[in-house]
Design a protein around this ligand. Sequence first.
Ligand code: UN1
Length: 480
Amino acid sequence: MTRNGTSFGLFIDGRWRDGDGALENRNPAAPGEVISTHALATPADVDEAYAAARAAAPGWRRTSPIARGEILYRAAALLAERADAIAAELTAEEGKTLAEARGEAGRAAAILRFFAGECAQPMGDVLPSAAERTLLYTAREPLGVVCVITPWNFPIAIPAWKIAPALAYGNTVVFKPSDLTPLCAIRLAEALGEAGLPAGVLNLLTGMPGQIGDALTSHAEADAISFTGSNPVGRAIQAAAVPRGVKVQLELGGKNPVIVLPDADLDLAVDLTMRGAMWSTGQKCTATSRAIVHPSIADAFTERVVAAARELRVGDGAAERTNVGPLVSERQRDRVLEYLDVARGEGHELLAGGGPADGDGWFVEPTVYGGVGPDSRIGQEEIFGPVLGLMTAGDLDEALRIANSVEFGLSASLITRDLAAALAFAREAEVGVVHVNSETAGAEPQAPFGGMKRSSSHSREQGKSAVDFFTDTKTIYITG
Ligand code: UN1
């Protein structure tokens, strides 16, 4: 459906076609290797995509939810069938290990299945009315045309968890994936197209934010924007869209802590901390970047974390032995290296890593700092790399004060066997996702996901919450 070989076009109004120029998609583990080339959309293509989405909106809105669900089920089956091939491409363009990429491809299929199922669920309420002979009920109406802008770190799961509910609830979509991971976006659009999605319901524009970002987010035909990415970009989109009455959903950064209490199973604590901090090379908004540990176990915990960090094998995610892949790009690698300079300047104790790792790719050593002050930049700012800061706190109250002392509020984890501590933590942690004895990362399709404070626009994605963003409620009084 796309293009021959490794050259891919734009998907507008149900057809694949050329754009202007070529976007080179490179392997972060071997930046000399071009995996695929993609059309670069122009503002004129943006106009066409919105026109197609607008034209398709009335028909898709009228399509029965059951029929919409069937398309999503078919697309889910296609993704599941192709999961190994998609995983290999995901690793090649994003860098995460094959095991993680397989997990993500499976997750994308699971998300589509979940929202396919939601299409057959009851929608709206029947309410008592003060008036006689009156049927009073609510219905959910699609918003219209939704602009979906997604990051590179979950290049198929995040598009799936925005696009699946957008479509399930009757919206049409203009979709721009990150320019660093266009291939996974192509695979998702292909699956939906082959599953029978009518022309114009999903339109995919690959390209550079500098060229089409403003055209996409300020377009008169955009009824809503769902964005996952960095805080500055997200806030700029919000600042421009809200005065125009456009509904905006932002999923932004995190500075997620794990708190380890003295009664914790130490092996579990170390394992969960390392997974949270180092898997996906720390490139998750849900990554663990602070470990707040009770002084009585700090030495033992530190020793094991440092040993575990040194054991991690950094390399090409496609090699089965690799634990930690490259950073996604030279820019992200440099950003992380700058933070390692900041850490040096702030005088934290370097316990593991601390610099680039060997190889041609954008590799950085898994890095651990001790004695990190909660108010330091390493203690406060999102690094988005394989970097963990260790801190101590004398009790749960102090640990919670430190945990909550950042601008972000996405996820937090507590390792303990103490039920009262777990309950207090669940009450007091200022985050959208609380974990007790599980890592800070991860999200299940049936559960709401999102952050408090500066981590989001305070809406939630996935699960039963998705309907709140992707629809408007209509209240209907019928007196007969
Ligand atoms: C996860 O932890 O599996 O961009 C999901 C991100 C988040 C998704 C995290 N929006 O990292």
